[in-house]
Ligand binder design. Structure first.
Ligand SMILES: [Zn+2]
Length: 623
């Protein structure tokens, strides 16, 4: 994701969402009654996962994939199964901005335990009553048989009293752990609050409020055996919309003049479809979008077919079903599915990669020409970034430019979304770099956002270095290569000199409000990778990146796994250098420093950079 420099004005919310706790009970009463043996087991309890009587014991799947104590969107993700494949069948009335009868998704999952029930994420109504969703679930089936369903509030991850804890305190929103708020709730948060203002002064204003009931809990007629594949079909209709996230910006399904435009990071996908809404949950996808004749559906992967349908009651002028297919798994926030009057072209490059370009036809002809000149550079950018990150991981790549003024551009997998009718080259380098970093190798959770934003920021630094190289004579010249290197060193040194609050937040420990802050999530990890390139050497740095792509591609990576992968490519493999690299990561990724810079910043840098460097005469003896 790349933030726009100016935030758009946010709508005023006039009506709060009605929030109903699972079971209304006074906290004191609830505390006196321990969870009964019949209540669903805690997801945090290993005994519950296997069951007291062995693996044949059945229980409810966890309603979260977040770790106990997490303050980063702890309401998202669902356990007890793995998401394998999702078929999206949108039936979309673009004029009314509504999903019509027949609209449904079919999710194929594999149970990792015997399941009495399991959950999905779906926000039917958000804090935004105007542009937010207004969705209704009509029916749910499991393996083709009707299943019962209900919406419940999330519970804080690891609640020892189970995820149906009767205490309202177990279902409260907060930016912080513990929740705090007016009642000084000592428990961890169950969800991240929806902020309707981007003001820093308002970031804790919703702490202690009740979380909305966005967990769609599905109970099949018979328990689902552990290890088995099962399919879930959810039929739903109504208006898709946007969500206000933990920093007050909006994401999800944006209304355009002629349809909808989708950018969703971090959690807005559940505002237009039910899913396992967590970055590490990565099913493959098929999209069968039925839209009015003359309208275009733009999704991830490759366009497989377009089928014209006769006029019917829903589409009196006829309709078209667009089939897009992604054989690559897609993380929750990277699912693209925009519908409207888009001009779409496709072209297969020499290397076999298919490139798509889509623009909303309501963008002026002049601007469309300017946009096209930049979109046409995507193949060249992909080739350039492949030199560092390794072979492009997907069979297609593309850009969609929509008109709504969303507050950010986003690296939707193989279909990068640009908002507000405009694209720019620097941001295209950033989002295209994400195709390797974030998309192919996803972050294991929201707190790892810095990992992929840092590498995408490195993509921008590499673009600046490329420009310097071209100006100095090109990549084939010694002067060009020197200019490339000098540009990266200059970039590092300029940001390493930062003072004030630049070092004040640890990149790996964000709050929802700070998740997309420039300094800790973009710039600081961005120059961390420049330092790593100096420590490992340019060749080994790229070898490490390629190894991570091979080892974790199609999946997600944790911070220890990321650091271990770089450690393997230290030119000096001594224990002392390995320990030095661990200290380097702890300083750069995990440490919050007092404001000011100077001595209040990472002390370990890299060879040839400002700061004390990494190696000494003996190798890595410095403590
Ligand atoms: Zn980004």
């Amino acid at each position: 994701m790349a933030r726009r420099p100016l935030q758009v004005a946010l709508v005023t919310v006039t009506t709060a969402v009605a929030l109903v706790p699972l079971i209304l009970a006074a906290p004191g009463l609830a505390a006196a009654s321990p969870a009964s043996p019949a209540s669903p087991a805690s997801p945090a309890s290993p005994a519950a996962a296997l069951g007291p009587a062995g693996p044949w014991h059945c229980s409810a799947g966890a309603h979260t994939l977040a770790q106990p104590g997490s303050r980063m969107y702890p309401e998202t993700g669902n356990g007890g199964y793995i998401s394998l494949h999702t078929v999206v069948h949108l039936v979309y009335d673009a004029r009314a901005n509504r999903f019509a009868r027949g609209n449904h998704v079919i999710l194929t999952d594999r149970a990792t335990q015997c399941l009495t029930s399991f959950s999905l994420d779906l926000e039917r109504r958000s804090a935004d009553t105007t542009a937010g969703p207004d969705l209704t679930v009509g029916a749910v089936t499991v393996n083709g048989r009707p299943a019962s369903f209900r919406f419940v509030q999330p519970t804080y991850p690891g609640d020892p009293r189970g995820q149906n804890d009767p205490s309202p305190l177990a279902h409260e929103a907060s930016q912080l752990n513990p929740v705090g708020g007016p009642l000084h709730n000592p428990l961890p948060p169950a969800c991240t609050p929806e902020l309707t203002s981007t003001s820093a002064a308002r970031q804790n204003s919703e702490n202690g409020t009740q979380c909305p009931a966005n967990k769609l809990v599905i109970t099949p007629r018979k328990a689902i055996p552990g290890g088995s594949r099962f399919t879930v079909s959810v039929s739903y209709t109504g208006r898709p919309g946007v969500h206000h996230d933990g920093d007050g910006t909006t994401e999800g399904w944006f209304r355009s003049s002629d349809g909808g435009f989708v950018t969703t990071e971090p959690v807005g996908t559940e505002d237009w479809m039910p899913l396992n809404d967590y970055p590490a949950a990565k099913p493959t996808y098929d999209f069968y979008d039925t839209v009015g004749a003359g309208e275009t559906a733009v999704a991830n992967g490759v366009l497989d077919s377009r089928t014209a349908l006769r006029p019917d009651a829903q589409f009196p002028r006829g309709s078209v079903t667009w089939h897009w297919h992604s054989r690559a798994p897609i993380a929750s926030y990277l699912v693209e599915d925009s519908i409207g009057k888009y001009h779409l072209t496709e072209r297969t490059a020499a290397g076999g990669i298919r490139y798509y370009e889509a623009q909303d036809t309501s963008i002026s002809a002049k601007q469309q020409q300017l946009n096209l000149a930049i979109m046409d550079r995507q193949e060249d950018i992909t080739r350039f970034e492949s030199q560092f990150s390794g072979p492009f991981p997907f069979t297609s790549d593309g850009v969609i430019i929509g008109t709504p003024p969303a507050s950010f551009e986003e690296e939707m997998q193989t279909m990068i979304a640009f908002a507000d009718g405009v694209i720019d080259t620097d941001t295209l380098y950033h989002e295209n770099m994400h195709q390797w970093w974030g998309d192919h190798v996803s972050e294991s959770g929201y707190a790892m956002t810095f990992y992929k934003e840092g590498l995408a920021t490195l993509g921008e630094f590499l673009y600046a270095a490329r420009r310097a190289q071209t100006a100095a004579g090109g990549p084939g010249t010694a002067a060009g290569r020197a200019a490339f290197q000098a540009s990266l060193v200059h970039q590092f040194n300029a940001l390493y000199a930062s003072g004030s609050g630049f070092w004040a937040a640890a990149p790996s420990n964000p709050t929802p409000y700070d998740l997309f802050n420039e300094d800790p999530t973009y710039a600081r990890p961005g120059i961390t990778y420049i330092a790593l390139r100096q420590i490992l050497g340019a060749g080994n740095f790229s070898r490490a990146l390629r190894q991570i792509q091979r080892q974790y591609g199609g999946r997600s990576i944790t911070e220890p796994e990321l650091e271990a992968a770089f450690r393997q490519w230290l030119p000096n493999p001594s224990a002392a250098c390995g320990a030095q690299l661990s200290r380097f990561f702890a300083q750069w990724f995990d440490t919050a420093y007092p404001r000011g810079g100077g001595t209040s910043r990472p002390a370990i840098t890299g060879p040839g950079l400002a700061g004390p460097g990494f190696y000494d005469v003996a190798g890595c003896t410095r403590g």
